[in-house]
Design a binder for this molecule. Sequence first.
Ligand code: SAH
Length: 225
Amino acid sequence: MSVREEFDEWATSGKDRGMEDRHWHTAKHVLARMPVEPGDRVVDLGTGSGYALRALRERGIGGGYGLDGAPEMVRNAREYTDDEAVGYLVGDFDSLPFLDDSVDHVFSMESFYYAAEPHTTLSEIRRILKPGGTFYCAVNYFAESESTHAWQGEISVDMTLWSRGEYRQAFRDAGLYVAEQDTVPDREIEIPPASAFPTEDWTSREAMVDRYRTWGTLVTVGVAP
Ligand code: SAH
């Protein structure tokens, strides 16, 4: 199944908003760290419901484009947004529809690992970023967070499972400096008492703690020279 088929279905069944609610626990911390200034142009890769750009605009900064490979995601994001400074585009991570040196910051939440050619995507990000521009890449599917690995079995799109070190190396290979790498825990998701396990989604409380509190989301920050 293609990105389009898989995620169009998510968008039409309302999963875009469901992800927004859940990912916001973490995304707000990542967005707060980004050095976005008024007038800066921001691109959100794999924008889903498009919330990241709306959140920046609520702080009076940002503006730019959310890109997504699923037209239904883009349609929803447009519908949820009433802001001339923000637009949503259908496009693929393999070939970003932006000019060289034209973007101040790139953000991507729970999307990068779906790239068919992740090294190409990083080169594309490096290409479109202005000197000193940043890429804030947030992923919860990575090698060290073992309880996330089963996710690949539930989704038809091939996913990239890199370790923290592999993320840093791939950023450097694409010509980005690695300014920071960190994991951001989700402290808001409710973890039931041990007696409630197994649940529909979790075999044990330990696995759920490991996933959300111990590992959380891996954030790698690249800076264009
Ligand atoms: N960032 C949003 C959505 C995450 S879901 C959030 O935090 O909730 C991942 C999104 O990436 C989906 O909307 C999907 O359509 C998009 N996506 C996956 N692979 C893609 C690709 N190769 N090119 C463009 N978009 C892609």
